[in-house]
Write a protein that binds this ligand. Sequence first.
Ligand code: BEZ
Ligand code: MG
Length: 538
Amino acid sequence: MPNDPYNDRDAKVFALYEQLVEIEQRLIPTGLHVFGRPSSAGEKTDLLKMIASFDRPEAGARAIPEELLDDAVREFLENGTDAAVRLTGEGSRPVFNLLETVCTKLQSNNEIDSLVRALRGEFIEPGPGADIIQNPDILPTGRNTHAINPYGVPSAAAFARSEAVATSLLDRYKNENGRYPEAMALVLWGLDNIKTQGEGVAQALWLLGTRPVRDALNRTTSVEAIPLAELGRPRIDVVMTVSGIFRDLFSPTVQLLDKAVRLVAQLDEPLELNYVRKHVMQQVDETRCDLDDAAVRVFSNAPGNYGTNVNFMVMDSQWEREETLGDLFVTRKCFAYGRDSKGRGFEGREARVAMDRALSRVEATYQNIDTFEIGLTDVDHYFEYLGGVSKAVEKRAKARPAIYLSDSLSREVKIRSLEETVRLETRAKTLNPKWYEGMLKHGFRGVAEIENHVSNTFGWSATADAVDDWVYTEVANTFLFDEQMLERLRDLNPHSAHLLAQRLLEANGRGYWEVDASVVDRLREISRNLEDQLEGVT
Ligand code: BEZ
Ligand code: MG
């Protein structure tokens, strides 16, 4: 039935409902961690619910069904494991045993003691580095974080889980563009791949249509091609920009990813089903370079260097044209890692032309988020990497790429556009009273965190034009145009309040925020008053 107003209305109401539930269910860090202080009762309850809502085959524990979760965790906290098991059935005993262990370990906080012992040069026992919900074994805190064996990456679980992510990612692009992307740029980080046992790596392998192969020592040292008939779609050309930390921690994995690209480039397959081969052959044809040079796809910093510096350039407002940000990204990241067909390794060979070329074909960029605790607007690293590479693509491909994220957090795979993720983060954190009141409890530092979030959001305007006008409008309304709130910020930390006003003015000045002149005037006045106050202080 075309134009059925009721169906249309119902669909809109349902979409709205889904968005509300998504924000509601988001686990929001309420305030900063205070070194040496155990988590509060409220935080503990939220955490236990999250932990109990995932299946944990390694602990033989099944997730508690959503409809029983609140009651079961309350019963557990008030009356213990047996009472909770009576409510949910004997089958759920393992999950409550796990919660008991978590509770005990949460109670004991060894952070200060460990720090003092470390300063004395004593041995600090190691523990895994991971997200607490994905791996509760990280408790107790206050231990020496150890990484994982890079030869175990990606784990079987990470590889299995990543198939659905790669499929959803490609489906989403196809739904929006009518075909698969021929090339994508992926950001891979070290700590994320430790926490997820290599989900980012596994996603890259899936996009290429390859799977890891273990050697006689059970080390992942090779890959094989998944046959096209089994894959059921083309192999995507994947440009990988990896962090300096990833390069250092996952040297064998860097080799594995490079090997996967080279394997795919040499498969005798129709070019319309193998975009890696298509692009490599095109490049060999056009530039008369050899296949080895045309197949370079893993890029990082020069050896010993880290980061893109895009974040510093944005934060210090030291740029005139946006394309400078993308160029800086390439300048920092254009060092190739891998091994040619004769087995000769190259470890950080300058390869700017190769990177420019590889990025010029990219139609979508992507990064996986690995934790509840740190998202797009919490740190400046997401926009320096994913924003930086997207801006670099925009100039080289002469079109802005589609930009996607997914997270390893929810039970179902959920691919979001960058714009959707910025909206979700803004609603769940920056503009959420639960979040900012949690921050404001930390006084000076809390105001700085609020300002950081707004500046990181601004980073997504600068690198990807991904921020709606309403975001800045609501930030101004919430933090600066509310007299009482402004008073609080001014008392706690006038420096950050001033920076916040300045950043909003910059957003308007650079054309990221269209708003009435009267609003800008009001902001200018607030900024001037804060400046006067600061001058009076110093
Ligand atoms: C990493 O783990 O690779 C990473 C950490 C912080 C910023 C950027 C990358
Ligand atoms: Mg805009």
